[in-house]
Design a protein. Structure first.
Length: 338
């Protein structure tokens, strides 16, 4: 089992600059504590996302850490011009000396696409996502880029920027659909799911079956991951007190994004507003190190995942609460699954 960190930098407190500074200090500690990677969500026009330009914040992380891998989870491909994104990817991989983890996706809230004048029609979004993905990967592996597509027509574009990791940094994709194995397996894409363990099991089993069918090396299989909001403290009671406050605040921001997009009725069922209900369903957890080990052992057995992207920073958790939770998790939980 490998462990990373995943978050949104959802807005808390009056000073975003202070929040950035605190986060960088936490990530320096995460670098020392042995987390594999730091994954950052991208959101726009919402208090859910305090880092709407992931590349900008991740460039600061790259220069503040030495070992921690880092990347967006995900770049919202439909809103990007692929040439600009290729250059940002190459810059981040160079700035981090080859530590970029390249998360890509189409986005889940329609309001974010509307902000950029992008159609919210699901079929068109899917085609735009696929086109930008293909252009980016072609550009990262070519000296000259030509592409004649539905949305972009590019001719004789010199690709002077290159990543450190060849042919391109490891790719990540968030999905609940097992059929994405059809395109993720050939590209060796790491996949990550939200929601119940049964969903992760379904996606993972389909991925493993497709990997085997294509005759690929089992030892080289990418990560099949899952994310969870988690809080660790010295006692179960203390951890749950922190988590209830953080969970309610985070879910209010999440709900705000869906309601503003006019998708309130489609709010994902696995985003349960009440912390105790979500915890009882296994969708989040707070407890002492011993309790957290027991919870994760069950989650890992049910899901079959090989990677956990732990959401240890969320809502109005203080710097000290985040640091304590992360340190206890790294020192007293992670070693049990090494």
């Amino acid at each position: 089992m490998e462990f990373g960190l995943f978050e949104h930098i959802d807005r808390t407190g009056p000073s975003l600059a202070r929040q950035y500074d605190d986060r960088l200090r936490l990530l320096q500690a995460a670098d020392r504590e042995g987390f594999r990677a730091y994954h950052l969500a991208e959101h726009h026009g919402s208090p859910l996302g305090g880092a709407p330009s992931p590349s900008v914040f991740l460039s600061a992380v790259a220069r503040s850490t030495t070992r921690l891998r880092l990347g967006p989870l995900v770049y919202l491909l439909p809103i990007y011009h692929p040439l600009r994104l290729i250059e940002e990817i190459c810059m981040l991989d160079q700035l981090s000396h080859g530590r970029l983890e390249l998360g890509i996706g189409r986005g889940g809230a329609a309001v974010e696409h509307r902000l950029f004048g992008i159609s919210t029609d699901p079929a068109e979004l899917g085609r735009r996502f696929a086109e930008v993905r293909d252009i980016v990967l072609r550009g990262l592996t070519s000296d000259v880029l030509d592409y004649d597509g539905e949305f972009f027509q590019l001719s004789n574009i010199p690709m002077v920027m290159k990543p450190v990791q060849l042919p391109f940094p490891p790719i990540w994709y968030g999905t609940a659909n097992p059929e994405t194995a059809a395109w993720t397996v050939p590209l060796n894409v790491n996949v990550l799911t939200l929601g119940p363990t049964s969903r992760a099991r379904t996606v993972g089993d389909r991925y493993r079956a497709e990997w085997k069918a294509q005759g690929k090396d089992p030892a080289a299989m990418p990560f099949i991951g899952m994310t969870r909001h988690l809080v660790v403290a010295d006692t179960d009671a203390e951890a749950c007190s922190i988590a209830r406050r953080a969970h309610a605040d985070f879910n209010a921001k999440l709900r705000w994004l869906w309601d503003r997009s006019g998708q309130g009725s489609a709010f994902p069922a696995h985003f349960v507003a009440d912390f105790d209900t979500a915890m009882a369903a296994g969708l989040t957890y707070a407890g002492s190190p011993a309790s957290m080990r027991d919870y994760l052992a069950t989650q890992f057995a049910e899901s079959g995942i090989t990677y956990l992207a732990a959401g240890l920073f969320f809502g109005p958790m203080t710097y000290d609460e985040c640091l304590t939770s992360m340190t206890l998790f790294a020192r007293e939980v992670m070693p049990a699954f090494a």
